[in-house]
Design a protein around this ligand. Sequence first.
Ligand SMILES: *[C@@H]1O[C@H](CO)[C@@H](O)[C@H](O)[C@H]1NC(C)=O
Length: 142
Amino acid sequence: MKALVFLLLLVVVTAKQYDRCDLARAMKANGMAGYRGISLANWVCLAKHESGYNTQAINHNSDGSTDYGIFQINNRWWCNNGKFHSANGCKISCSQLLTDNISQAAECAKIIVRQQGITAWVAWRKYCRGRDVSSYVAGCGV
Ligand SMILES: *[C@@H]1O[C@H](CO)[C@@H](O)[C@H](O)[C@H]1NC(C)=O
């Protein structure tokens, strides 16, 4: 029982819940600010509504596919989890999208934007498109 409690704690502390401004800075450091004309505020808004800034967010879709990480990247098209047949457009393992270091997730998000545009993300269309998103980076000094 003690071992189980310990394991559960380990999972909790490993999950990186980003602070809004820390994430904005990490995105900027990974070249996302203004990438293909997409402002940092739009990226932060997208991440807020896709994952709640949690790098370990995993959600299952009705088609059997799964979305991974801070940008909720899908394993049907972009990453491979070894179980589900994937086009693997980012040529990465899905687990690499769940790390505290968002570098690989950022590179994958850029590939998605190059191929499909920011409208690939449902949450961006629903919560960020056409809105004043400046509050997502307000006070972050980015
Ligand atoms: C994040 O990972 C990339 C390579 O994937 C590496 O170049 C970079 O130094 C790492 N950043 C931090 C803060 O560890």
